[in-house]
Design a protein around this ligand. Sequence first.
Ligand code: IPD
Length: 288
Amino acid sequence: SATALQEIRDVLVTIAKESGQIILSAHPNTTDTTTKKNTTDIATATDLAVETHIRGRLKTQYPHYAFIGEESFTPGSPIPSTPTFIVDPIDGTTNFVLHFPDVCVSIGLTVDGTPTVGVVYNPFLDELYTGISGQGAHLTRANRAPQKLPLHSGPLVGLRSACVGLDWGSDREGPNFLLNLRVFETLARSAATGGKFVPALRFTGSAAMTICRIAAGQQDMFWECGCYAWDVAAAWCILSEAGGLVVDAHPGNWNPRVDNERFLVVRPAVQGQREIVEEFWGVVGEER
Ligand code: IPD
């Protein structure tokens, strides 16, 4: 019910803020990391400590719900149709070890594979984004009154005047890598040659934070080829509740599966969302 989901949201907010305290009290450095998939896919002792904390709290509070976490995930597990928490203890780990403040805790709840509750908390900025399916999305800054998202939602008038966020993903080889290079090059050339298509590109290192900013209306689009479910599950709920769109390179086939995926995210807008998606694929030359 609506009230049950609000209670879950409140519990997730408490756990995300506790996790934020663990993050704030850590002293990470660039040599204090282990690698997972490759040298760009890193984890610190704090990633592990925060995931252990979140997992323990959720197991006590919701013993029958499934749990998928970035640091404890075993490849091959699909997202169950039963209620499942999908957690990234630190999204933006590279930022974290560099003390660049785009770092957040991301906790999503999926039901039937659909993101239903999302909580994203950045302890450095004290920014809390929340969303509940059917009940809207909010941003709470530094304990001030929650603001309903989006903060801005004017019309999208096309790539020519868009601000596009980009990221690499953790997999930097094969077809994903080549597609990323093509997207980056096309957009960068456009921006460099007088903004023929895109006047602004952003590359800030946390998919969850970027998608939340798009939910707020602070960036127009985000492209990433190589996100995992824990990078996007919570922010996806927040974004769709704000009126934003998530599409992948295979429209109609989007699913928060636990494997590499392609994401194109568009901010809430009174008009022009579908048109800008079409324009993006046209400019990038992606076959669909
Ligand atoms: C990473 C960030 C980054 C994205 C990678 C993710 P992590 O998350 O979200 O923006 O490009 O795909 O893995 O590893 O810092 O939790």
